[in-house]
Design a protein around this ligand. Structure first.
Ligand code: ZN
Length: 80
């Protein structure tokens, strides 16, 4: 009995955004974005977050955009 390979095709982890159409990735929603970042602010990899490629990419873009907007917001607040 060699080469016994078992794959869990029946229990595939589904991306939460694919599973729930009401969930929207929004860079203006820091609570949702924080869920996909570590305490240090790094983006959690797809294999851990469970997102599909499409939504992981959207999430990455949203987090980057949120950082960008926050930086602009802080700097403009300091100036004005
Ligand atoms: Zn998805």
């Amino acid at each position: 009995m060699n080469g016994k390979k078992k794959r869990n095709y029946g229990r595939r982890k589904v991306c939460r955004f694919c599973a729930d159409a009401t969930l929207v990735i929004d860079y203006k929603d820091p609570r949702a974005l924080r869920y996909f970042t570590t305490e240090k602010g790094k983006i959690i990899p797809r294999r851990i977050s469970g997102c599909c490629a499409l939504h992981q990419r959207q999430m990455t873009e949203a987090i980057k955009r949120a950082r960008h907007v926050a930086l602009l917001g802080f700097s403009s607040n300091l100036v004005s």
